[in-house]
Design a protein around this ligand. Structure first.
Ligand code: HPA
Length: 274
C-alpha cells in the first residue's frame, strides 16, 4: 500500500482519539517512559490499535502513544519505539515519524539509552546529541521516494537543531546538570559491540553508541521535522570497564536517573518556542 495512504489512515485514527494538534512529539527510550506519567489529561493509544503500526517488543517500552499537555505544551509522546533489531524494516521505523509530522507536530524530541564511548563520560550522564554516525547498515529511506513526504536527496549537515540544542544547554545549566555533548553512533544490535568495535568507533569520532534514534532522525530530517535528541549513558561501552554488559544495566540506570531526566525534559519542553 502507498505510504501516503498508510500515513493518512494512521493520522485519521489518532485524530479520532485526540482532538487537538500536538505541538511537540517526544520519543521515550529504554526505561525512560516515566515522563509519560507526567503528561496531564493523558489519552493512551496502543500502537497495535493504529493502522499499519507494529507492536513494540523491546523491554522497558510500553508500546503506546500518550497525548496530553506537559509544561503547558500539547504533546504526543511515544512510550516505546521500534528498533531495527526487533526485525522491522527500516521503512516501518520511519512510519511513526512521518505520522507525527502529518499530525502537525512542529518538533521531535528523541531520547535513548546509550553506551558511553567517550572516556570523559560516566554512567548516568546525559549527552546532548550534536551529530550522528549511521553504522546500522541500512537507511529508512531506501527504496522508492515519495516526493510529497520529502526529497530524494537531502542535506544532513544540520540535522540536530542548533536553537533547540541551546535551549537544552540552558535548561541543564539552570538545573545544575552537567550536560555532556557528542556524536551518537547507531549500530544494529541486538548484540552489544565488541571492545574492538568500540575502539574503532572512538577513532571514528563517536562519543556514545546505541541501537536506535538514527533511522528516526533521518526520517524526521527528510520530512522537515526539526530534532532535539538526548542520550542517557546507561553503561560504559564494551571493553572500557571490566563488567559484563546486560540489558538490566540499561533499565537500572534509567530508573536511577529517571527523575532528573524528567525534570530536564519538562524544563526543555517548557522552553520550546511554541
Ligand atoms: N551499546 C549499544 N546500545 C546500548 C548500549 C551499548 O553499550 N547501552 C545502551 N544501549
Amino acid at each position: 500500500m502507498n505510504r501516503q495512504i498508510q500515513i493518512q489512515q494512521a493520522v485519521d485514527y489518532i485524530h479520532s482519539k485526540i482532538h487537538f494538534t500536538p505541538d511537540l512529539a517526544i520519543i521515550l527510550g529504554s526505561g525512560l517512559g516515566g515522563l509519560a506519567d507526567k503528561i496531564n489529561a493523558p489519552i493512551y493509544i496502543p500502537y497495535g490499535d493504529v493502522p499499519h503500526f507494529p507492536v513494540s517488543t523491546a523491554p522497558g517500552h510500553a508500546g503506546r502513544f500518550v497525548a496530553g499537555t506537559l509544561s503547558g505544551k500539547k504533546v504526543l509522546a511515544m512510550q516505546g519505539r521500534f528498533h531495527y533489531y526487533e526485525g522491522y524494516d527500516m521503512s516501518t521505523i520511519a512510519l511513526p515519524i512521518q505520522v507525527l509530522k502529518a499530525l502537525g507536530c512542529k518538533a521531535l524530541v528523541l531520547t535513548n539509552a546509550a553506551g558511553g564511548i567517550n572516556l570523559d563520560f560516566s554512567v548516568g550522564d546525559f549527552m546532548l546529541i550534536n551529530d550522528h554516525i549511521n553504522l546500522m547498515g541500512n537507511n529508512p529511506l531506501r527504496g522508492c521516494n515519495d516526493e510529497t513526504i520529502g526529497p530524494r536527496f537531502f542535506d544532513m549537515s544540520h540535522v540536530y537543531n542548533i536553537n533547540y540544542q541551546q535551549i537544552a544547554r540552558e535548561c541543564a545549566k539552570k538545573l545544575d546538570i552537567d550536560l555532556k555533548e557528542g556524536v551518537y553512533l547507531g549500530f544494529m544490535g541486538p548484540s552489544y559491540e565488541t571492545p574492538a568495535e568500540i575502539k574503532a568507533f572512538r577513532l571514528f569520532g563517536a562519543d556514545a553508541v546505541g541501537m536506535s534514534t538514527v533511522p528516526e532522525v533521518i526520517a524526521a530530517d527528510h520530512c522537515g521535522l526539526p530534532v532535539l535528541a538526548m542520550s542517557l549513558i546507561t553503561n560504559m561501552a564494551a571493553g572500557i570497564k571490566e563488567e559484563t554488559l546486560s540489558g538490566d544495566d540499561v533499565v537500572q540506570t534509567a530508573q536511577q536517573k529517571g527523575e532528573v531526566f524528567e525534570q530536564l525534559m519538562i524544563s526543555i519542553v517548557n522552553a520550546m518556542p511554541f
